[in-house]
Design a binder for this molecule. Structure first.
Ligand code: GDP
Length: 598
């Protein structure tokens, strides 16, 4: 076997620290790809991912590297998604490797995302090789980076490789470090085939393509394989590697990373983290670390134009083909019409999906307030999971409600400490400890309810710290909390799109703000109408919609007749699209405006 001459590694980095540029350099140095192809690839990268601070995900790729020891090594570079919403996926990509290059931008230093990903790499037992990148920059501060490496990541500074992906400095040092410091493939002695599935893609010609790392045994076309988490069998149609284009090979053996095409029809059936084995001679146990991923954040998505419902449905279906973490089912709302209840891994995942629907599928959508998944324990012991306030059972039947929390690492310049601590308190969080990063920055480790960071936490963090603060988080435990359902009533009728689950201490303030906003946005009505916030029938806040004069043309004092005509037509048109909430007609716009301005 070639396993001793194989190395598996990945690159972990904060967005913009130079992962793409450096990866391209490695491919170029090892003659895996020509300069011309590289430029094209680079231009193809998704703008959206860049804007949202997610690094672009690439195919795994195999390179041949003739090392200084005279031997030629097979180096598999696996990519990892860069954001914590995808921390399970990151952990599975890391599990496909024995080592990781940890990139640090020499001018920026260590960022929250770098720390989070470095911890995931340590947890997976990977050899971490620190690379201080962009040393060509005049603003590079090597001393600071070295100190941060030791203080924050507890990695000895002398292990750092100085590099510049842009100028091509340190490329050979990096490849040598991969060969000499990263251990050869582990677990090759296991008696049967075990391959880790760390990603999958849908290809319209070939169907589902799994990306896998073989630990032991070999896999080739014609064999029957089994996915161990479900027991599902399928025939292997083709195996191959990315060089960086797809290249068919006779088999994949221990240490290899590549693709597997089988007759599986849908990405739903391929679970990330699953183990592939042979159906004839199956493995006794799965590779460690498999988990079922479940959405953490839900919201309703509705087309702005009801004619776009079908388009939205198609868009969600297509997005899901390559994103099995996205779940959805149809729902309807009195206020917003027909749409979908969608579940996401986290807030960023939610934003990215919404943006893609707008940009790539050209559907204008509105989303309801995001909700986390609450655990509701009823008297008698039954526990329900509730992701939509509308489904919360009768308050009298509830014993307690628990909410998910997160463990956050927040990096900020020292001088903002007081303001950030107040923000954390306001968001019902606690600061568990603080670490000094260097003379000027601190890291706060906090516990916060996930619900509280959904709307504006990150924006507030950025604005308080003038853009210098960064945050990363992982999911924590569920904890019991004093949560209640707040209804918004328009003329005594509840409006489903505005129901929410809130902490009792915040209900009144939030209720008042929402009533005010709604009362302001709903156009004047023929009679007096109250907008109220209520908890279990008890009114906690109220506001009134303005009353209107009946004759809409009255305000066109002596105006020309065509102007009056237009106004009347407009009113008629408006009537058609009005949403009926009890006796009150409300233009659908009003709801959208309220949801938008939050
Ligand atoms: P990624 O988001 O981590 O994949 O980062 P990219 O490779 O796309 O690089 C982000 C930005 O930094 C781009 O504008 C690059 O041109 C620039 N960059 C990348 N590597 C270097 C480097 O070594 N030196 C300098 N000066 N700039 C770099």
């Amino acid at each position: 076997s070639l396993a001793p001459l194989t190395r598996n590694f990945c690159i972990i980095a904060h967005v913009d620290h130079g992962k793409t540029t450096l990866s391209d350099r490695l491919l170029q140095y090892t003659n895996t790809v020509s300069q011309r192809v590289l430029t094209e690839q680079h231009l193809d990268s998704m703008d959206l991912e860049k804007e949202r601070g997610i690094t672009i995900k690439m195919h795994p790729v195999v390179m041949n590297y003739p090392a200084k020891d005279g031997k030629t090594y097979k180096l598999h570079l696996t990519d990892t998604p860069g954001h914590v919403d995808f921390s399970y996926e990151v952990s599975r990509s890391l599990a496909a490797c024995e080592g990781a290059l940890l990139l640090i931008d020499a001018a920026q230093g260590v960022e929250a995302q770098t720390v989070a990903n470095a911890h995931l790499a340590f947890q997976q037992g990977l050899k971490v090789i620190p690379v201080i990148n962009k040393i060509d920059l005049p603003s590079a501060n090597l001393e600071l980076c070295m100190k941060q490496l030791e203080d924050i990541l507890t990695i000895p500074a002398e292990e750092a490789i100085l590099a510049s992906g842009k100028s091509g400095i340190g490329i050979q040092d990096i490849l040598e470090a991969v060969v000499t410091r990263v251990p050869p493939p582990r677990w090759t002695d296991y008696p049967t085939l075990r391959a880790l599935v760390f990603d999958s893609k849908y290809d319209s010609y070939r169907g589902v393509i799994s990306y896998g790392r073989v630990f032991s045994g070999t896999i080739k076309a014609g064999e029957m394989m089994v996915l161990m988490s479900t027991g599902q069998k399928s025939e292997v149609k083709e195996v191959g590697v990315f060089r960086p284009g797809m290249e068919k090979v006779s088999h994949l053996g221990p240490g290899d990373v590549g693709y597997i095409v089988s007759n599986i029809k849908s990405t739903d059936e391929i679970k990330i983290g699953d183990t592939i084995t042979h159906s004839q001679k199956p493995a006794a146990d799965m590779l460690p670390g498999y988990k079922e991923v479940r959405p953490m954040v839900y919201c309703g998505l509705y087309p702005l134009e009801s004619d776009d419902y079908e388009k939205l449905k198609v868009a969600l279906g297509k997005l899901r083909l390559n994103d099995s973490a996205l779940v959805y089912s149809s729902e309807s709302s009195v206020a917003l019409g027909f749409g979908f209840r969608c579940g996401f891994l986290g807030l960023l995942h939610m934003e990215v999906v919404q943006e893609r629907i707008r940009r790539e599928y050209d559907v204008e959508i509105i989303s309801t307030y995001p909700s986390v998944v609450y655990k509701v324990k009823k008297h008698g012991g039954t526990v329900l999971e509730v992701d939509n306030p509308i489904n919360l059972p009768d308050p009298g039947s509830i014993e307690e409600i628990s909410e998910p929390t997160i463990k956050a690492a927040i990096h900020i310049p020292n001088e903002f400490m007081g303001d950030i601590l107040s923000l954390i308190m306001e968001k019902r969080g606690t600061c568990d400890h603080t670490d000094t990063l260097d003379g000027a920055r601190v890291m706060l480790t906090c516990t916060l309810p996930l619900n509280e960071i959904l709307v504006d936490f990150n924006d507030r963090l950025k604005s308080i710290t003038r853009g210098y603060g960064s945050m990363d988080y992982e999911l924590g435990e569920y904890r019991v909390s004093d949560l209640v359902k707040m209804d918004i009533l328009v003329n005594q009728d509840p409006v489903d799109a505005f129901a929410s689950i809130v902490h009792r201490s915040k209900a009144e303030g939030q209720g008042r703000a929402l009533c005010e906003k709604l009362a302001d946005i709903i156009p004047p009505q023929m009679f007096k109408i109250a907008v109220q916030a209520a908890i279990g029938g008890k009114i906690i806040a109220r506001d009134n919609v303005r009353e209107m004069r009946k004759d809409v043309t009255a305000k066109c004092y002596g105006g020309d007749i065509s102007r009056k005509r237009k106004l009347l037509d407009k009113q008629k048109e408006g009537k058609k699209k009005m949403k009926q909430i009890g006796r009150v007609s409300i233009p659908p716009d009003a709801f959208i405006q309220v949801l938008k301005t939050n």
